[in-house]
Structure formats: C-alpha cells, structure tokens
Design a binder for this molecule. Structure first.
Ligand code: KIV
Ligand code: ZN
Length: 387
C-alpha cells in the first residue's frame, strides 16, 4: 500500500546501543508491550548473536508480541542469521534484518573485503535468512557514504536473493535532507527490480538531521522509517519516532502517507523508555518534552485562551498529555493570570482588585522561574481576596 508508512521501532536494538542504555530481558518485554499498544509495525527487539542475554530477550519478545512483527538483527554471517532465526522461532510474524557495510572506508578499513566479496556475502545472507522467514530486510551499512552505483548493484542482487525491505542507513549521520532524499529517489528509479521491495531509511542524528533526512526520504518514496522513542540510539541517537509520526500526521498535505500508530500512546512510551534507561527527556523536546505544549508568553497565552490553534499545531491530548499547559511566569499576561485564578476559585470584585493582584503576581514572577498554584494561594491570602 503506497500510502502506508511502516514504522520500524529500533529502541530495543539501536536505542539500546546508547552508551548506558542497556536493558534487561524484562525491561525489553515491558517496552515491547508498550510499542505494541502504540501500534508500531515492526519492533526490532535486539541482536540475538550479540549476547546470550540479548538472544533470550528477543526470544521472549517474539513469544509475547502478537500485533507487531518482531525483528532480530544479524550480520551477514551464517551464525548470526541462524541465531536470529532461532530467537524468532515463536513469533507470530518475524523479520530477519541482515547488514554488511558498503562504503569504501568500511569495506577497506573494517571488513578488509573487496566490493565483489561484499555482494557475495550479502546475497548469501539474504538467502539464508529466507530459510527462516519470508520477511527479510537488508541494510548496506554506511549507505550515506557509499557510492550510488555500488548501492544499485548490491541492492538489485539482494532483491533477486529474496530481500523484501531495503533499508538505507545513514549510519554516521553524514547526509543532509535534499541530498539524502535525492539518493532515495535515484535508487528507486535506477534499480530495475526496485518495485519488488519496500525502501526504508535509518538515519542517525550526528548533525541533528535524522528526522529531517528521514522525512526527505519519505517525500522521495521511502515507505518505512526506522526510529526510536525519544530519539535514543548510538552516539547522538536515531530519528525520533514521535517526531516522525507527528510530522507525517500533522503535515499529511506534504507527505501523502500515514502510519497506523496510536499517537495517544506516545507519551506513555516516552516516559517508560526514559525511566527504564535513566535518560531524561529534555524539557524543550518536541512532542514529549515537558514544555512541548506549555505557553508562557502573555501574547501566546491570550491567543491560546481565545483559540488553541493560534499557537498549537497539534493537540496535546492527541499524543497523550492530559491538556496543554499555561505556565505562569514573568512573561504571562493578565488574561492568563485571571483565568488561572478563576480555576482556583477566585473571583475579583473589581478591576482594581485584579490590577493589584496582577501587579503583586508580576513582582513575584520577577523573582521566580515559574509561579505555581501554591504561590498563587499564598498571594490570595496575603492580599485577602475571597477564594
Ligand atoms: O546505523 C546503522 O547502520 C545500523 C544498521 C545495523 C542498520 O544500525
Ligand atoms: Zn543505526
């Protein structure tokens, strides 16, 4: 379906590669269940050949999750693929994701392999993976720095070998949106059998461009995005799931495709991943940061009180917040102050009373970052207004 954008969550695999974010089997199960409720299409549960613990975690997730495909990562090596196949045996739907590097620097310095050999390994790996499942994904690692002609050759060969998803990773976050989007369009156009596979992208955030690059790829024909909750992942992380999903949803006019994600589960997932990994979410993080739906400036608060659309392009409730938030601080205006006081049960008898209370509030706000309800209660009893 051309208008369906597959959301492939790799919080449990690439996300876990964030230094300090490793997870136990039970923690992975908890996150996998939350991702299933979020309705992601694919959960990459781990890298079974990496450790016995990860093998067991993937095995457990595969046996529990019913509504999302469960995926295991494998290098293009027989033993990795066999381990992934064994870990995924109990899955209702399974995918093996195999990869090998294709950039000149990786092939020469890391693999010590000639390009022809790399193609042979890739083809062999895909064929072996197909013995376990008919859902096989192939990634040319470091595609962002690989030669386009070589990518065309290897991708054509793996499609013939049975790969059903071709994932183009910007492994080191080197790409920029216009160029990355053009690469995706070129690959789809140049590879003769490209219609037999879904094109996917996996962008890292080293230049802060992971979401922008992923979205540029979607605009150029990619129909799977690999992403993580809170943008967790190796080094500066991966594309953030919540930003990709809400961009596609909010700007449907631009992307012309949709996900099946239940966006109301986003905040719960974000909080769960943050509490399990111990990685806090920055307050100004899009969608899930504490300030993402908070308004402090008087002009903004006044606008939002009149009509939320004046300063909100999404509804806080649609991503799991109970409401948007008016922060009372030194930039707040009379309207927001009065409205909060009304919520606290204070009705001013005259404009003068309101003016006096507002002026005291402003004096206090100059001394504090944020004014809480307790501060307002104290102000009320100080001045002697009726609550
Ligand atoms: O960043 C990367 O290249 C990866 C691959 C294994 C897809 O994580
Ligand atoms: Zn990665």
């Amino acid at each position: 379906m051309k208008d369906h954008l597959i959301i492939f969550d790799t919080t449990l695999r690439d996300g876990e590669q964030s230094p300090g974010a490793s997870m136990t089997r039970d923690e992975k199960i908890r996150i996998a269940k939350a991702l299933e409720r979020l309705k992601v299409d694919v959960i990459e549960a781990g890298f079974p050949a990496a450790s016995v613990g990860d093998f067991e975690a993937v095995l457990a997730v595969a046996n529990i999750i019913k509504d999302s495909t469960v995926c295991g990562l494998a290098r293009a090596l027989d033993k990795d693929i066999d381990q992934a196949g064994a870990a995924l045996k109990g899955a209702a739907r399974s995918r093996i994701h195999t990869f090998i590097a294709t950039s000149p620097i990786h092939m020469q310095m890391k693999l010590h392999m000639q390009p022809e050999q790399v193609i042979e390994y890739a083809v062999k790996a895909v064929k072996r993976a197909r013995q376990f499942t008919d859902d096989v994904e192939f990634s040319p690692e470091d595609a962002g720095r690989s030669e386009e002609d070589f990518l065309c050759r290897i991708l054509e060969a793996v499609i013939d070998a049975g790969a059903t998803t071709l994932n183009i990773p910007d492994t080191v976050g080197y790409s920029v949106p216009q160029q990355f989007g053009a690469t995706i369009a070129n690959l789809i156009q140049r590879i003769p059998n490209s219609d037999k596979a879904i094109f996917s992208v996996h962008c890292h955030n080293d230049l802060g461009l992971a979401v922008a690059n992923s979205l540029a790829a979607v605009m150029n024909g990619a129909r799977q995005v690999e992403c993580t909750i809170n943008g967790l992942g190796e080094r500066a992380g991966n594309a953030s799931l919540e930003e990709v999903v809400m961009s596609v949803r909010t700007r449907h006019d631009v992307f012309a495709c949709q996900t099946r994600v239940d966006s109301r589960e986003i905040l719960t997932c974000s909080k769960l991943v943050s509490s399990i990994t111990g990685f806090p979410v920055q307050p100004n993080k899009a969608i899930v940061g504490a300030n993402a739906f908070a308004h402090e400036a008087g002009i903004h608060q006044d606008g939002v009180l009149k009509s939320r659309e004046t300063y909100e392009i999404m509804r806080a409730e649609d991503v799991g917040w109970s409401a948007n938030r008016m922060v009372l601080g030194k930039h707040s205006g009379r309207n927001a102050f009065k409205s909060r006081m009304t919520e606290l049960g204070v009705e001013f008898q005259s404009e003068e009373d309101l003016n006096e209370a507002f002026s005291r509030f402003k004096q206090l706000a100059d001394k504090k970052h944020e004014i809480f309800d307790e501060d307002l209660q104290a102000l009320i009893s100080e001045v002697g207004f009726e609550a």
